[in-house]
Ligand binder design. Structure first.
Ligand SMILES: Cc1cc2nc3c(=O)[nH]c(=O)nc-3n(C[C@H](O)[C@H](O)[C@H](O)COP(=O)(O)OP(=O)(O)OC[C@H]3O[C@@H](n4cnc5c(N)ncnc54)[C@H](O)[C@@H]3O)c2cc1C
Length: 423
């Protein structure tokens, strides 16, 4: 792809998209849809990294990104290792302090309210942006439309969460139902009687194999004439008036390049001189051959463990681990998650020898980075989707594609602008 135009479309621009997770594949599809010739580059097959191992929920209800806890009780709970939703590596903290300080700052109530306004404006489009691609990719068999369950063990916690959910649902026009203990066990007989009740978020869709969904989106992209190449994003270099990258199929050149490398984005942006507050929250999962699975994902909210019926078995997933991205896995949360899951269902043997580990790519202000690189012509940033990348990939890809073409954007792009960090 050394020419700068797609055949038959002289105004289109050839683009290299680096990273074939949900965000990169969605970028490739959105740009292709607008007539651009796209080469998608990854060192492995599409959808095999973070986008493989998540909980598979298209979180239409996630109008509020995860804030840094601001009350001392919650902080003390994390600091003293109580609960399973958060774990941290002490030795990783010094390097994390600058990003965590900004995360804390952004989580102050007044600032957070602005973030929720921006985030919810995007989240509300998430299903509409996925829907046509699910259909065209022939991925309907992977997707269910009956939501997920946010469950609580204690009556008091359930009551408080139910009040909050009812208020949020009213503010954001979300469909939800409150299931008490009896209703929950009638709806999900595979669950043991340890849960006091659940919020049934009814809008979200769930994906029984998120990695496969991304692979099918990538196959759609290739069927429609797009190119996928194996290559190392670290080989990206400015070349003439554009960019080039080395791939297994030779050097690819294009006028424009998009960095969509999720948790690895900073490897490249730091080399280019940007200091974006990107950090990771690692997470684990393991599949189990459960005798009977719940019909939809069930979160044990007080323990930060989510049980998800998947094609591979019952996926037991964990909350956030603050650690160096590449530090060896620590089995603390996944070990506890197995015990917690065994209290909730009749858990069978693990499918894999070891838990899977991935890293949520998080930005300190809780919003992804979508837009033109501040100081490099023809370079674009698209990463940092944190806890909701599977949900938001197509929605932010549309935003990026609109910016790319200089069109009016369907949501306000300013909150996602890479220049907001002053680089
Ligand atoms: C346990 C867990 C549960 C989650 N649950 C949900 C959920 O239910 N719903 C939801 O919406 N989100 C969820 N998420 C978050 C979601 O998975 C991520 O936000 C999303 O997958 C990020 O996608 P991405 O494309 O940015 O990154 P990735 O999927 O990691 O893609 C990045 C790509 O870049 C490639 N790459 C990296 N370096 C190089 C290089 N040097 N050269 C070439 N290629 C390279 C990688 O191979 C990879 O394919 C969860 C995450 C975790 C960890």
């Amino acid at each position: 792809m050394t020419d700068s135009s797609a055949p038959g479309n002289p105004s289109s621009t050839a683009v290299i998209v680096l990273g074939a997770g949900i965000v990169g594949v969605s970028t490739a599809l959105a740009l292709q849809q607008r007539g651009h010739a796209v080469c998608l580059v990854d060192r492995q097959a599409p959808g095999r990294a973070t986008s493989y191992g998540n909980c598979g929920i298209l979180q239409r209800e996630a109008v509020r990104p995860y804030a840094f806890p601001r009350d001392w009780q919650a902080l003390l709970r994390v600091a003293t290792g109580q609960g399973n939703d958060v774990h941290y590596h002490l030795r990783a903290l010094p390097a994390l302090v600058p990003a965590l300080a900004r995360y804390w700052h952004a989580s102050a109530p007044a600032r957070y309210a602005g973030t929720v306004a921006a985030y919810s404006a995007l989240i509300r489009h998430c299903l509409d942006e996925h829907a046509p691609w699910i259909a065209r990719a022939g991925a309907q068999d992977l997707v269910r439309h009956d939501g997920w369950l946010e469950a609580y063990r204690s009556e008091a916690e359930f009551d408080a969460a139910a009040r909050d959910a009812t208020a949020v649902a009213a503010d954001h026009a979300l469909d939800h139902a409150l299931l008490d203990r009896a209703a929950l066990h009638q709806a999900e007989p595979a669950l043991r009687d340890v849960l006091a009740g659940a919020i049934h978020w009814r809008d979200p869709w769930t994906v029984s194999d998120p990695g496969e969904l991304v692979a099918r989106y990538a196959a759609l992209f290739e069927r429609q004439g797009g190119t996928f190449c194996h290559g190392d994003a670290a080989t990206l270099r400015a070349s003439g008036s554009g960019w080039q990258v080395s791939t297994a199929d030779g050097t690819v050149e294009a006028a424009q390049a998009v960095i969509a490398l999720g948790p690895w984005a900073a490897d490249l942006t730091t080399r280019l001189g940007y200091r974006l507050p990107l950090f990771v929250k690692r997470g684990y999962h393991r599949h189990y051959a459960a005798e009977a699975m719940p019909s939809k994902p069930v979160l044990d909210a007080e323990n930060g463990v989510l049980l998800v019926p998947m094609r591979q078995g019952l996926r037991v997933t964990t909350g956030a681990e603050f650690a160096h991205r590449d530090a060896p896995p620590t089995p603390v949360q996944s070990g506890r998650a197995e015990q917690i899951a065994a209290q909730m269902v009749r858990l069978g043997a693990p499918v894999e020898a070891q838990p899977w580990m991935g890293a949520r790519p998080c930005i300190a202000d809780m919003l992804p980075v979508v837009g033109r690189a501040p100081r490099h012509s023809g370079l674009w940033f698209h990463f940092g989707h944190g806890h909701q990348g599977l949900t938001l990939g197509p929605a932010t890809a549309r935003l990026l594609a609109e910016l790319f073409d200089g069109d009016a954007t369907y949501v306000d792009a300013a909150p996602y602008d890479p220049r907001r960090f002053g680089d």
